[in-house]
Write a protein that binds this ligand. Structure first.
Ligand code: BDR
Ligand code: CA
Length: 315
């Protein structure tokens, strides 16, 4: 039975790869793609999501626009990494899809409350504003859904020494999401920095030979150049794939059951995900990724993207 997924994202080069894997893999039933301001304004990332959905034939997936600002702070986009459109690099595909009229938080609530408890997982690869707003509309969603995120870090951040981008953009929202009674699986930088798009990975993508795979490879070209310039990476980390591949194949990752909270008051530590991995800590409600099988990870990603356009991708 496929896992029903709502992908809450801010495409974003790595978010696009996550969208494609969610669409292509037979074990995922992608219900909706919801967008939020993060890598760029919510208008831009929504246009990007619709363009990618059009290219990949995602006509049966709902698309909804979400929050245009963090709960309590000014929005600071990541144009240095993702460009002025949030999806710079390849030519933009034409959009043939229409948006759901509901705001993303309402769609999230409606889908979780109308389906059997435990049947929906939210995969969030962006600031957690939409999830916090959905919890405010209907707190019972936290008794009926699981969450898997790209965000945070056990140790060093990537925007400040303490904080990772998705959490730092809206730390108050992240604090609310980790405090709610659902289980959040956090794929932070310790794991996502292992998900490097090497030359070999890109060769495999190109050899698929479809427009979707070529588009993904062109995204990685731009993403790789920016990661080299801005963060001194030889190959770009495709962060947002991690929570999705975890859902498909949890055995690919080594995880720990832990307590996690988010710092919202510290001057130097704002947005830090505080993960209690002390030896004396008892097992917590949340889960954090600590390692992964990189070869198996990329096999799943390549297979999923190769399935788009083939008969096995039809949901
Ligand atoms: C996260 O920030 C964004 O730029 C990426 O899309 C990813 O979700 C990495 O810190
Ligand atoms: Ca993202």
């Amino acid at each position: 039975m496929p896992i029903s997924v709502i992908l809450d994202c801010d495409p974003g080069h790595d978010d696009v790869l996550a969208m494609l894997v969610a669409h292509g893999h037979r074990d995922i039933d992608l219900i909706a793609v919801t967008t939020v301001c993060g890598n760029q304004t919510v208008d831009m990332v929504t246009d990007n999501a619709l363009a990618v959905g059009s290219l990949a034939g995602m006509g049966e997936v709902m698309f909804a626009r979400g929050a245009d600002r963090p709960l309590a702070r000014e929005h600071r986009p990541a144009a240095d990494i993702h460009g002025e459109t949030g999806m710079d690099g390849p030519a933009r595909p034409a959009n043939t899809l229409i948006l759901d009229p509901r705001p993303a938080p309402q769609l999230i609530v409606d889908e979780i409350m109308s389906r059997p408890a435990g049947s929906v997982t939210i995969v969030a690869t962006a600031p957690l504003t939409n999830l916090a707003l959905a919890l405010a509309i209907e707190p019972r969603i936290a008794e009926r859904a699981d969450v898997a995120i790209m965000g945070g870090a056990i140790e060093n951040g990537n925007v400040t020494a303490s904080a990772e981008f998705n959490i730092l953009v809206d730390p108050e929202a992240a604090h609310i999401v980790f405090a709610a009674p659902w289980r959040v699986t956090m794929m932070g930088l310790e794991v996502t920095h292992l998900a490097l798009a090497s030359a070999e990975v890109r060769n495999r993508l190109r050899s698929i030979g479809t427009p979707v795979a070529a588009f993904a490879d062109e995204l990685l070209q731009f993403f790789g150049e920016r990661y080299a310039e801005v963060q001194d990476f030889a190959e770009p980390p495709v962060h947002d794939l991690c929570p999705l591949v975890y859902l498909i194949a949890p055995e690919v990752f080594e995880v720990r059951d832990v307590d996690i909270d988010v710092e919202i008051a510290g001057e130097l530590t704002l947005g830090r995900t505080v993960v209690d991995l002390r030896p004396q800590a008892t097992a917590g409600r949340h889960r954090v990724g600590v390692d992964m099988n990189v070869a198996r990870f990329w096999d799943i990603v390549i297979e999923s993207i190769a399935a788009i356009g083939a008969t096995s991708a039809v949901h």
